[in-house]
Design a protein around this ligand. Sequence first.
Ligand code: ZN
Ligand code: ZN
Length: 347
Amino acid sequence: MKALVYHGPGRKSLEDRPAPRIGGAADAIVKISKTTICGTDLHILKGDVASCAPGRILGHEGTGIVTETGVGVTGFRVGDHVLVSCISSCGKCEYCRRGMYSHCVTGGWILGNTIDGTQAEYVRIPHADTSLYKLPAGADEEALVMLSDILPTGFECGVLNGKVQPGCTVAIVGAGPIGLAALLTAQFYAPAKIIMIDLDDNRLAIAKDFGATATVNSGNGDAAAAVMTMTGGVGADTAIEAVGIPATFELCEAIVAPGGVIANIGVHGAQAPLHLERLWDRNITITTRLVDTVSTPMLLKTVQSGRIDPRRLITHRFKLGAILDAYETFAHAADTKALKVIIDVQG
Ligand code: ZN
Ligand code: ZN
């Protein structure tokens, strides 16, 4: 089969690899129909993710058809149309029993990291019963690819951890796919204001279209002052960090309101300053989280009912044979205006 393989920092190729086989009783093999590229894949290619070894097939998002199941799989059959979750969970370990699937002792984020992933014609899914979701008949497959990772990530790590409430003020730092996913799902709770902050005017225009009530271009270094002016000097009840660099975390510290929450989503590769000298008496909370994908069944329903339309995050489409071009397009988003790119694997 064709697969996109990581060969160490800065190196990847599309090559022929043997199709995966059932390894354990709980495994399923899924023939991938649609997949996508995540910012995390770019982190791996920079060499930021030590757990991902050269030779690994990348990708942790996608939809497809079950082609084979291990003897222990009872919830899925050959021919089932499924959504692959970026998080694999056994459903039995202590963390899984607490709903913290991201820390499953034999799962978590392993796809396209410590085991081969979804940027291929076939993928082996361990713990299939508790890691796959059946797609409703007639589902919009491209829209649902956004449910493998970015929608639950924006919702769980940003909106739920950030305690977004009716009438509150939300500031989202970073208008990339994850920040926009937080923007879409924050609106379930009817906040009064959602302020999007980014360096890219194109992304800010999209954010406006997606429901942001105000936008701030942080290019002049004065984003904190702009947010304070917009909020009457109070700040944001929820400040969502959706970039993963020290400057954006510090911006959240500068704009969080008394009693508010800084909800971190970004993947941080460097130490970010914690300004306790300013924050110690402000009754704030700082949260971190790896997505557990506990909200995936709920999000599936909201997409099915048309309550949210994650298809709006898709800007480009490629065949698997052109996945290297897809990486180029996704990696140069400022020029290409890319948000999410769909890879059509069987087309
Ligand atoms: Zn991802
Ligand atoms: Zn587990």
